[in-house]
Design a protein around this ligand. Structure first.
Ligand code: AMP
Length: 290
């Protein structure tokens, strides 16, 4: 496995693969790799001849009071996992901005003047509580796409709003990259695998089961005929709060615009963001109302 740390060698590596007629697959991550990430990597390996995984904790998607400094980092562990899976290149960019000191954050542009913004899709769910978050993601993913120039890239459905925004970015701006959405990987108790799970106390780790349980509750109520979004969401919120969560949002939205629905019909998304101590978890699940 090649370990690449600068943009120029990453681009040269990728171009050499494509010049040899190989299809390049790409999985962008923020590291502290877990089974969710590894499932994306396996998917990319199945769809491409050569696979690049990037590890970059992107400052431009973190706000001032968010957990950028506390975000888990484990370069040695990440490299070992990627090597074991048979990944061809690991990209740990050290020069994504002109010196890391210059990297922008979600709310301060630094020296960056050009940003990529996908309208409307960031208005709901995580948008209101994380100003600048999706702009930071769309921008760094654009930069990474321009450096890696992949044929196909894999993203998790766990970050459903992010996946929706990236699909739209790629289609509206003609990136010519196939985007694959991979179903959420869960731990044995149902909690979605996340790097942030490592930061939960033992008590909160148990309490956090309320997150997938609330999605399951809404799904089963819809299956038994309930259609009123407010009533469904009240049930989910009660379950989360009784488990000790501080709810950021619990929402039922349509799967295209991600705007709230009042009456459940067809395909909808139920989505939750909740705090356990100082750890914010998100999860979601598509539901099809019969
Ligand atoms: P992150 O490192 O959290 O930025 O995630 C990198 C990629 O892994 C994103 O496309 C995420 O949606 C995806 N991912 C994270 N957790 C999971 C999970 N539990 N199941 C599937 N994909 C995931």
């Amino acid at each position: 496995m090649e370990v690449l740390r600068d943009k120029a060698s990453m681009r040269a590596w990728s171009r050499a693969q494509r010049a040899d007629g190989r299809r390049v697959g790409f999985v962008p991550t923020m590291g502290a790799l877990h089974e969710g990430h590894l499932t994306l990597v396996r998917e990319a390996l199945a769809r491409a001849d050569r696979v690049v995984v990037s590890v970059y904790v992107n400052p431009s998607q973190f706000g001032p009071n968010e957990d950028l400094d506390r975000y888990p980092r484990d370069e040695g562990g990440d490299l070992a996992k990627l090597e074991e899976l048979g990944v061809h290149a690991a990209f740990f960019p050290a020069d994504l901005y002109d010196g890391e000191g210059q990297a922008p954050t979600a709310t301060s542009s630094g020296r960056q003047l050009a940003w990529v913004e996908v309208e409307q899709l960031g208005l709901h769910l995580c948008g209101p509580s994380r100003p600048g978050f999706f702009r930071g993601i769309a921008t760094v993913v654009t930069k990474l796409f321009h450096i890696v120039e992949p044929d196909v890239a894999c993203f998790g459905q766990k970050d459903y709003q992010q996946l929706t925004i990236i699909r739209r970015l790629v289609s509206d701006l003609d990136f010519g990259i196939e985007i694959v959405g991979v179903p959420t990987v869960r731990e044995a108790d149902g909690l979605a695998a996340s790097s942030r799970n490592l930061r939960l106390s033992a008590e909160d780790r148990v309490r956090a089961r309320a997150v997938p349980a609330s999605l399951e509750l809404v799904s089963s109520l819809v299956a038994s005929g309930d259609r009123d979004a407010d009533a469904l969401l009240a049930r989910a919120r009660a379950l989360l709060e009784s488990g000790g969560a501080r709810v950021d949002y619990v929402a039922l939205v349509d799967t295209e615009k991600l705007a709230p629905v009042h009456h459940v019909s067809g395909r909808v998304l139920v989505a939750v963001a909740a705090w356990f101590g100082d750890v914010r978890l998100i999860d979601s699940r598509e539901i099809v109302a019969g």
